[in-house]
Design a binder for this molecule. Structure first.
Ligand code: TGC
Ligand code: FAD
Length: 397
């Protein structure tokens, strides 16, 4: 009879193409050999090494689902397998990559002019140009439609807007070369996307201070974007797209990457907890793994990881066929983040007091998973998106 594999209980690998398996193996090898050895110190020091994006670029891991511009052009599922490999090490590393790949490169690819694509995508694919995505504001997180950041015609310079406002909790902002800022155009009141190039901003018009002393996602860098009459040429605005459709379309891809990516973090928690439960002995020399309550924790987590992976593969396939809806992505983003956080928190108990030591890695995942449940639409917001689709009644306001 077939053997049960606790690392892939429902044989999700059998649904992958040979290309997807090869991409997954390359990404897993890089992450385990190059990222894992540095994450503990990076997390302690709250340090993000921007060179990581160059390393990922060399392996073709950035903007991997994009066709052309030096990108690999792989399937949506393959893109998710890359995020899963990175997130198996740390959600913060996946975060830095998601912003670069899905939110900024994805946005430019979908909505940028031909000139914008040529100007940014090849350098971003190599990790030479770093991107940030500015949607959230100090007063408007779940409700970005109420944003206050404004673009108005430059009072002196023809062909320019000036941008004013503040964005907060922005991944990569302190190190970004190009910041995709969503702002309302004063003339129309409609939201538009602006590519703000740091090197072209006069002193005092753009500041990107880091937000320090985070208690999650410490291996990624997060900051603000403060704009004060920052001049941006008309050709740096996305030409066509207006309204929330712009940022939310970018979010569809990034949320998908989280849904499959997060399974890597949960699988790492399962693997660490299983090893610990087999090695740690309590009561007459029995390993913790012998006790039924411990086994149930592992069974629950392993089941959720297997179900979550299958669901994400299915939605990835539908996305490539043009059949995925935003609600499907909300469903898997919410479910996989919630179950990953819940199970990681329960598995942490297997480590007893040792869970408190960062050497065991589990506490880092738990702290990170709170953030993944919060950003790109907090889980309750995704419940409301689903509730609206189920009932036809909108419950946000
Ligand atoms: P609503 O009326 O629902 O929609 C307004 C317009 O947007 C369109 N739209 C979408 N288009 C494409 N994809 C989607 N997923 C879309 N969702 C909505 C919609 O069709 C409509 O278009 P039109 O043409 O009719 O105007 O807008 P609302 O204001 O009622 O929205 C409510 C809600 C809750 C759905 C929305 O605001 C929401 O999702 N809030 C969550 C905010 C969020 O996700 N922020 C993410 C910030 S970026 C981030 O967190 C990056 S972390 C990165 C990392 O480190 O990994
Ligand atoms: P709020 O909107 O104030 O919500 C607080 C709570 O109230 C949540 O639980 C929410 O679900 C609930 N709530 C709100 N409205 C309702 C309602 N109508 N009904 C029921 N419950 C409701 N943003 C970016 O733009 N770019 C980035 O790169 C980025 N990176 C991030 C990195 C980190 C480390 C963090 C922590 C955040 C990041 N964010 C980023 C911001 C993130 O997207 C927001 O934190 C998130 O969208 C929630 O917004 P908020 O924090 O303002 O919470």
């Amino acid at each position: 009879r077939s053997q049960f594999d606790w690392q892939d209980p429902l044989m999700s690998k059998s649904l992958l193409t040979s290309d997807e398996l090869a991409i997954s193996e390359t990404a897993e090898r890089y992450c385990q050999e190059q990222l894992l050895p540095r994450v503990l110190q990076a997390y302690r020091d709250e340090h993000y090494d921007a060179h990581i994006l160059r390393e990922m670029g060399e392996l073709g891991l950035l903007g991997a689902t994009i066709e052309g511009y030096g990108c690999a052009g792989v399937s949506t599922v393959a893109g998710g397998l890359i995020t899963r490999a990175v997130e198996r090490v740390d959600s913060g590393y996946r975060s830095g990559m998601s912003v670069q790949s899905s939110l900024v490169m994805g946005g430019i690819y979908e909505f940028g002019s031909a000139e914008q694509k040529e100007r940014y995508l090849p350098g971003m694919a190599k990790g030479e140009i770093i991107g940030a995505f500015g949607l959230t504001e100090p007063n408007h997180g779940s409700d970005p439609g109420s944003m206050e950041t404004m673009a108005r015609p430059h009072p002196q310079k023809k062909g320019y807007y000036v941008l004013s406002g503040a964005k907060t909790w922005i991944t990569n902002s302190p190190i970004a070369d190009v910041l995709l800022v969503w702002a309302k155009l004063q003339e129309t009141g409609k939201i538009r996307g602006f590519l703000v190039e740091r090197k072209n901003c006069p002193a005092g018009t753009l500041e990107t201070p880091a937000i320090k002393n985070k208690n999650g996602l410490r291996a990624s860098i997060t900051g603000m974007i403060q704009l004060e009459d920052c001049p941006v040429p008309h050709e740096n605005m996305f030409p066509e797209v207006e309204g929330l459709k712009g940022p939310f379309s970018c979010l569809n891809s990034a949320r998908y990457g989280i849904a499959l990516g997060i399974m890597g973090a949960l699988e790492d928690c399962i693997s660490r907890a299983r090893t610990y439960a087999l090695e740690r002995k309590q009561f007459k020399g029995n390993p913790l793994a012998k006790y039924q309550l411990v086994q149930k924790k592992l069974a629950d987590a392993t089941t959720d990881a297997a179900y979550g992976t299958l669901a994400a593969i299915q939605v990835g396939r539908l996305k490539d066929q043009g059949k995925a809806t935003p609600e499907m992505i909300s469903m898997i983003k919410r479910q996989n983040c919630d179950r990953a956080l819940y199970n990681a928190r329960v598995l942490q108990e297997i480590f007893g007091g040792n869970a408190v030591s960062d050497e065991y890695g589990i506490g880092r995942h738990v702290a990170n998973l709170y953030v993944t449940q919060t950003y790109e639409g907090q889980s309750d917001i995704h419940s409301l998106i689903l509730g609206r689709a189920i009932t036809g009644v909108q419950a946000f306001v």
